[in-house]
Design a protein around this ligand. Structure first.
Ligand SMILES: C[S@@+](CC[C@H](N)C(=O)[O-])C[C@H]1O[C@@H](n2cnc3c(N)ncnc32)[C@H](O)[C@@H]1O
Length: 327
């Protein structure tokens, strides 16, 4: 459901505690968002009127109020991503520190079309604060875009690079399309949604703007809800979002190759056996079950469950490792 309301009042009225899987939101930055086009030197003809700003004096209280609501409505294990400029970042960090939410990453999103200045450095990044709620294991889909074994032409892991906390994602230039003042690019939204939710999960945006989070979430087979106080934006974008078919973006996704059984049936040398047994001991010392350890090693070594199980059982007889007692 979408509400043309203030998000703080609306959340109290309509959202149950512990009901939302993922919040992705981009609050007004308190820097005269209604004059943002001057900073970016862009033509405003297609931008919807009525963007609502928050004054600098109110920013701290405003952040505390909406962030404590966000914490209440998130499910245990739910995730929240907050996009922020640097001007009022401290108020958002302070408000987060007042909650029980757990800091996971402080992401830097670097984009093109920076704010052009000549007497200081050009600002071309935003902060994305990624936190989770205690009480359950958060969803984090490690292999969303790349399998463990995929490498670039220099032999560097693509999965590692994709999960670094500096994201270089360009803003979208949409000439002739009706839009909000400050729209988030779809690839940025896809990344957060796919890493931090499952199909059918409920994704909420407290500051919908052009409904970009909600549009991508529905396109990726999730459910969406949220608030936008500006009636012009709400009415226009509501008409657009009802045209989106749930899951329509899923068909365009690249299939991530599974490396699970890549090495099945191939000869295992002593070096690999020693790595496997070393990993086994390490994971076992972290109190993981035998089944979980073998599943992790299956993924890592591309070997079948039974061949790994055999190596581990042999390890227990040759090194007097009392596997039966341990599991
Ligand atoms: C930075 S924009 C969001 C942009 C959005 N992520 C997008 O991609 O289009 C912030 C939005 O919050 C809206 N807004 C401001 N105060 C609000 C409030 N108290 N409740 C709900 N919406 C609010 C503004 O009108 C503006 O559209």
């Amino acid at each position: 459901m979408f509400y043309n309301e203030d998000c703080i009042l609306g959340s109290k009225k309509y959202l149950k505690s512990n009901s939302i899987d993922l919040i992705i939101t981009d609050p007004p930055y308190g820097i005269d968002g209604d004059k943002l086009h001057r900073h970016y030197n862009r033509n405003e003809d297609n931008v919807i009127d009525g963007y609502v700003e928050v004054s600098s004096e109110n920013y701290s209280k405003f952040s505390n109020d909406w962030i404590s609501e966000a914490e209440r409505v998130l499910k245990p294990g739910g995730s929240i991503y907050i996009v922020s400029g640097y001007t009022h970042l401290r108020h958002i960090l302070n408000a987060l520190a007042e909650t029980d939410l757990v800091e996971k990453n402080h992401i830097i999103w670097k984009y093109n079309f920076g704010v052009h200045t000549t007497k200081k450095y050009i600002s071309s990044h935003y902060h994305i604060l990624y936190y989770t709620k205690k009480g359950a294991e958060p969803t984090f889909n490690t292999y969303t875009f790349y399998a463990d074994f995929e490498k670039d032409s220099n032999g560097r892991s693509l999965n590692y690079q994709d999960r670094e906390d500096v994201w270089i994602i360009n803003r979208e230039y949409k000439p002739g399309i009706v839009k909000n003042k400050n729209e988030l690019p779809s690839s940025l939204l896809k990344k957060m949604i796919l890493y931090s939710s499952k199909e059918n999960d409920l994704v909420c945006d407290f500051f919908l703007g052009s409904f970009s989070t909600a549009k991508i979430a529905i396109g990726l087979g999730r459910q969406a809800c949220g608030f936008e106080i500006n009636k012009n934006a709400f009415d226009y974008q509501f008409e657009q979002i009802i045209k989106i078919k749930k899951g329509e973006l899923l068909t365009t996704r690249r299939m991530v190759p599974s490396n699970k059984l890549l090495n099945k049936g191939k000869f295992i040398n002593d070096e690999e056996i020693s790595k496997i047994t070393g990993d086994f001991r390490l994971l076992h010392s972290q109190s993981k079950s035998k089944k979980d350890i073998i599943n992790i090693l299956t993924e890592k070594y591309g070997r079948g469950y039974w061949s790994l199980s055999k190596i581990i059982n042999q390890m227990s007889t040759t090194t007097n490792y009392e596997a039966e007692k341990l599991f």
